[in-house]
Write a protein that binds this ligand. Structure first.
Ligand code: GLN
Length: 483
């Protein structure tokens, strides 16, 4: 069988079951396309045919038990801010150049225990700060739909790898939109689970009260499968929930929309590109025709999300990134004379521009005299944003909004203007602030043929319902073909 790299997870598992191909054959097919496409796309920062083929052969040896393993022989790319033992972990930063992971993140470990095959480490914005992947110290990643355009960020490499059929799924992290926005710009499904659903142990912390791990894939079923494998309590992460993890793929069998109420917030949609708005409206109409009840909801305080996020996230980042000092990890500047210059030079030369900007912002917001006015105030407004969603979710099962106000933009188009860039996440940030699950699903193409994403925002820990609604939408629209 040719083009094994193009199969989604569900088809791969079915093929293994029928012994139509081996894991080694699938791995070779993925590596071949990576070899052909990665130089242009720069989606993967570390590729190791040796590690991949060794693991593939191991999995082939376990073939008889394959049915029990939920991700048997499934190639998955991992964003380069996850630790995976033996692989590099740069978080897209020069300060971690050459750093090798001493252990494996819980989420990735669970994937491996379920039989997954790690195919490579994916490019990302430095320390996951960005919306275009242009902040990577290892060069930008490009969008497989149009090489002149960005794949979104910060999990741009993860999205580009899946969209380019290098693998059927990838892991990303989402602090303010970094899974959903690139999924939207690359025509994929991307899930940010509820805060506490998936362990953060072994990921490079950006803003600890917002960071979550999640999947990107071509179909809803595939994301559901990856999510159910990696979710659940982890003794290594005190913020993970002990709540039971439903069998998400099983629950996709019930997808009737007749009992479903969906909320839209018209006031929120101002400033959205007209093609995006059109596709959004068409999706709402289609869901309505299929039986969903559509109501209007009001989320008055979400308009403060950008300000709140850009106080909380940099504040937490400035504290988390204090550990990169040239002593403990990675890059150390030369020519230092004492410990003070060692820190200053290593951080000065190791961090990129955007990261420095955020550290300065965060340090300022946390400093004595400003803490109450900025950081504390932001956490109070955050609570109000959460309240808005609580109120909305009393009336509807999910709130629907475009994932991003525009489709993929050109490289360089927003990189000189931080505010313009920050605005790409206007619809995703509030979801992290409220700790809710959010999913982006493809809902059409704009006039240039670029994918548009629809975001659904669910109740806390009700990923099952959210995935069901997403699946219904996919049944109406069909699965978007990769470019
Ligand atoms: N673009 C946002 C930021 O730069 C969100 C990034 C993310 O979710 N990691 O902070």
């Amino acid at each position: 069988m040719s083009n094994l790299n193009q199969l989604d997870i569900q088809s791969l598992l079915a093929g293994y079951e029928k012994k139509q191909f081996t894991v080694s054959e699938v791995a070779e097919s993925c590596l071949k396309i990576i070899g052909e496409k990665n130089a242009k796309l720069n989606a993967l920062l570390e590729i190791s045919s040796e590690k991949v083929m060794k693991r593939a052969k191991e999995l082939d040896g376990q073939g008889s038990s394959s049915g029990k393993l939920k991700l048997y022989g499934v190639p998955i790319a991992i964003k380069d801010n996850f630790l995976v033992k033996g692989w590099q972990c740069t978080a897209g930063s020069k300060i971690l150049e050459g750093y090798r992971s001493p252990y494996t993140a819980t989420s990735v470990k669970r994937l491996e225990e379920a039989g997954a095959l790690i195919i490579g480490k994916a490019n990302c914005d430095e320390f996951a700060m960005g919306s275009s992947n242009e902040n990577s110290a290892y060069g930008p990643c490009r969008n497989p739909w149009d090489l002149e355009r960005v794949p979104g960020g910060s999990s741009g490499g993860s999205a580009a790898a899946v969209a380019a059929s290098m693998c059927p799924a990838a892991l990303g992290t989402d602090t303010g939109g970094s899974i959903r926005q690139p999924a939207s710009l690359c025509g994929l499904v991307g899930v940010k689970p509820s805060y506490g659903r998936v362990s953060r142990y072994g990921i490079v912390s950006y803003a600890s009260s917002l960071d979550q791990v999640g999947p990107l894939s071509q179909t809803v079923w595939d994301s559901a499968r990856v999510l159910e494998v990696m979710s659940g309590f982890d003794p290594h992460d005190a913020t993970t929930s002990k709540m039971a993890v439903p069998d998400f793929t099983q629950s996709l069998r019930e997808t009737s929309l007749s009992q479903v109420t969906l909320g839209i917030a018209p006031a929120w949609l101002e400033g959205v590109d007209s093609d995006v708005k059109k596709a959004f409206d068409a999706s709402i109409d289609a869901l309505k025709k299929s039986g969903a009840k559509i109501i209007e909801v009001d989320l008055p305080r979400t308009r403060y999300s950008l300000s709140v996020y850009y106080l909380i996230a940099p504040s937490e980042a400035s504290s988390n990134l204090a550990r990169f000092d040239g002593v403990h990890y990675g890059f150390r500047a030369k020519d230092f004379t004492d410990s003070e210059t060692l820190y200053r030079l290593s951080r000065g030369q190791g961090f990129g521009k955007e990261v420095k900007l955020r550290i300065m912002l965060g340090t300022y917001a946390l400093s004595a005299g400003y803490y109450d006015a900025f950081y504390l105030k932001a956490t109070q407004v955050r609570r109000l944003i959460q309240q808005d969603f609580e109120d909305a979710h009393k009336k509807c099962d999910a709130v629907l909004v475009p994932t991003s106000p525009s489709t993929a933009f050109k490289l360089g188009e927003k990189s000189d203007d931080p505010l313009k860039m920050y605005l790409s996440d206007i619809f995703t940030l509030p979801v992290n602030l409220a700790g809710l699950p959010g999913i982006s699903v493809p809902c059409g193409l704009d006039q240039q043929g670029l994918p548009i994403g629809l975001q659904m925002i669910g109740r806390p820990f009700d990923e099952a319902k959210l995935l069901q609604i997403a699946k219904s939408h996919e049944q109406i629209h069909g699965v978007l073909k990769r470019p």
